[in-house]
Design a protein around this ligand. Structure first.
Ligand code: PFF
Length: 454
């Protein structure tokens, strides 16, 4: 994808390569680790419904907007905002939007790498048969002992961060693209297999009910915010990750089709994860709201007790680590692209600096699960605070601004030309209505609701 030269000279080899990379960015821990546990914490069905509405009404149009802005400027997000503001004759302050995206990327990467480190450790645990025949309390004990050890978490966090930086430093090479081609479908297949296992458990229908039967009494203002934040997080929106990938997109590719495919694949994986996990929760007397450990406390039970579980367990965690890698590289790419293009650093140096900052920040998350477990600010641990700040505040604010920019500031003929939507004016009008009114208004109202004004 990129080399030491200016990244605007680079293009994806095909539409498929772009869709693969953007889906790789979207599908990750957010779908398999985060979606189930935030759904569990926020009461299930009603939360899922709000999440799906956010994906459809805010996520897809915004993803189109981000790809469009990136492709128009062919630059990193900070520079993109500068170029496009100039083109639109607007206030130059818009480029702060790019800065916020870079900051959000660092903050997310810092904890993302820690959790991806857990997944890497679980490849090894699965390989050595730690889950074989294990029941729910044994699996929970394995997880609890693991996260209680800062040294182990730091080790795996470092391994994952190093892997991310090596890949970003070398650019997305063919070998990597090919493994994604293999591992993405592999992850899908394994998710289906796990759902198949979940169907054989006696908690299946309870799990299904929990996910899809909305109980609106469980929906608070804050859970609506979390659902919206989860949509931004899962689709990698609001911080320029998709924008930077859009910058490498050839002109002849349909932005709308790409966005629908990416968002569709992302949503399917999240729902499959929910369908696999909640039946296991209910058939083992576990609690849906057991927090960030949920996936690590449930799926190993399936692997420990299903036919061929050893192999599937190892493959699943390998696929999860890969899914996390393809997301983590998109979290630093905006910063790295900016350091290369504007500060003249080589790609390698840009990676070393960015990696170091995110790695150090990650220590806060490591300690949130052990030494600093009880150190709280606004009733939240360091990890919870960084997660809340990024997913529920920075990404939606970023998304709000991107929507306003694409809907109100950018000249209509420019967005029309980039999007090149079929079917005369109707599909363009729908998109425009969604980014101009619905997306910004939805984010604004959800915020108002949380601060209690509504
Ligand atoms: N979408 C990724 C996931 O669901 O795991 C996380 C992510 C990647 C968020 C890139 C934001 C981003 F820019």
């Amino acid at each position: 994808m990129a080399d030491d030269k200016k990244s605007q000279q680079i293009e994806w080899s095909s539409r498929f390569a772009f869709i693969l990379a953007a889906t790789g960015s979207a599908v990750g821990l957010g779908n398999i680790w985060k979606f189930p546990y935030v759904t569990g914490e926020n009461g299930g069905g009603a939360f899922v419904l709000v999440y799906l509405l956010c994906v459809l009404l805010i996520g897809v149009p915004l993803m189109m907007a981000e790809i469009m802005l990136g492709r128009r400027s062919k630059e990193n997000p900070i520079h993109t905002m500068e170029i496009l503001t100039e083109e639109a004759g607007a206030d130059l302050n818009w480029h702060y939007l790019g800065w916020m995206g870079v900051a959000a990327g660092f903050l997310i990467l810092s904890y993302y790498s820690v959790i991806a480190g857990w997944s890497t450790a679980y490849v090894v645990k699965a390989f050595f048969g730690s889950f074989s025949g294990a029941n729910a309390s044994e699996v929970k004990a394995i997880f609890d002992n693991f996260v209680a050890s800062p040294m182990q978490l730091i080790f795996w966090h470092s391994v994952f961060m190093l892997a991310t930086m090596v890949i970003v430093a070398r650019g997305l090479e063919k070998g990597f693209e090919q493994s994604v081609r293999l591992l993405m479908p592999g992850l899908f297949a394994l998710m289906f297999l796990l759902v198949g296992y979940a169907m054989t458990t006696d908690g299946y229908f309870k799990g299904l009910d929990f996910l899809f039967k909305p109980d609106f009494t469980k929906l608070t203002a804050n859970s609506v915010l979390v659902a919206m934040g989860q949509a931004f997080f899962s689709l990698s929106l609001g911080m320029g990750a998709i924008m930077v990938y859009g910058a490498y997109l050839p002109k002849n590719v349909s932005i709308a089709k790409s966005a629908v495919i990416i968002a569709g694949a992302d949503t399917v994986v999240a729902l499959l994860a929910g369908l696999a996990i909640f039946p296991i929760v209910f058939s083992n007397g576990l609690h849906p709201n057991s927090g960030p450990g949920l996936v690590f406390e449930t799926l190993p039970i399936a692997f420990g007790n299903m036919f061929g579980g050893w192999l599937f367990g190892v493959l699943f965690f390998i696929a999860l680590v890969f899914a996390a890698l393809t997301s983590s590289i998109s979290l630093v790419e905006p910063a790295v692209a900016w350091l290369i293009e504007n500060k003249g650093l080589t790609r390698t140096k840009a990676c070393v600096y960015s990696g170091l900052v995110a790695w150090l920040l990650g220590f806060g998350t490591v300690f949130s699960f052990n030494a600093w477990k009880n150190v709280k600010l606004f009733e939240r641990t360091f990890f919870e605070l960084v997660d809340y700040l990024t997913a529920n505040l920075m990404l939606p604010v970023g998304g709000f601004c991107i929507a306003v920019f694409a809907g109100w500031i950018m000249h209509q003929e420019h967005s029309k030309e980039e999007l090149d939507l079929p079917g005369e004016h109707l599909s363009y009008a729908v998109w425009k209505f969604l980014v101009k009114f619905i997306a910004p208004a939805a984010v604004f109202l959800v915020f108002l609701n949380v601060v209690g004004v509504l």
